[in-house]
Write a protein that binds this ligand. Sequence first.
Ligand code: UDP
Ligand code: MG
Length: 328
Amino acid sequence: MTSLSVIVPLFNEQESLPELCNRLLGALADPGLHRCFPNGFSFEIIMVDDGSTDGSVRLIRQMIAERPEIRLISFRRNYGKTAALSAGFRAASGEVVITIDADLQDDPEEFRPLVMKIQEGFDMVSGWKQQRNDPISKTLPSKIFNLTTRMFSGIPLHDFNCGLKAYRCELAASLDLHGEMHRYIPVLAKWKGFRVTEIPVKHHPRKYGKSKFGSARFFAGLFDFLSVMFITRYLKRPMHFFGMMGLCSFMTGLIISLYVTADKLMNHKPVSNRPILFLGILLIILGVQLFSTGLLGEMLSTRPTHEAGWAVRETGNIPEESLEKLKE
Ligand code: UDP
Ligand code: MG
């Protein structure tokens, strides 16, 4: 078994790649890191090209020719960082899996402390960019994001969205990521019952190119937050969520209608010109609809899906067993 899989999601990072490759190989040659794996050390670097349109893929093909430990998964188009990470997780065969950004902002020197934390017994170690080298337009929204996520999830991490993270292989294999959910991986992991912690890591300013995330990410992030909250709380019991609301609505509507009917029968008040009648009817219909939504949710949630949602154009050096998983 491979000891360490390094997953690098990348989108148009050709300027950074040569330096990144050297620094990764340098960090992976560190005897201190090797000592963390008493049964011998081996590694793989999985470069996941997220539909780059520059020369990134060509560069990686050249690297593969020189180093057999480097692997390539190349997407047909740009699907986003979440998709890139999830393809990497599927292809990874390491005992420990580390993800790192391709833009040289994260430091490969942190591999050893990350792995040591995993060997201590944690299933996931997230980096914490204590001193962040980014413009305020990034750090401020990020502060708000971290604060709300910390409050709602109850997980005491400072930095949920750090590109540098380490995972025990069982966790990496069990993550089912959609949308832009890479920001919430610690929440999903914790909810599944894995042990999550963090360590401070070094962070550098972006040297080449520019950030690949625009302002659209605020809304994407908000919706993903709602779906993560829903997934972690109600995924296995949609009926509890929709059923309860449906029941309340239906019962209120029923009481209103019964009252209107009784008023007609006993006090001979006309039914037709009473606004409250419409509220009663509305609530009954709404109740039935919510109830059936819950029922549908219940039926869907008992059927696991493993559809990937992305398509691979090209691979390089990926072992046979992992190729199967990428096709699923
Ligand atoms: N990235 C990706 N697909 C995308 C956007 C980004 O694979 O659609 C990669 C990008 O190449 C980089 C990492 O994700 O390696 C982090 O992106 P970036 O540095 O732009 O994010 P920031 O550091 O600004 O949050
Ligand atoms: Mg970056």
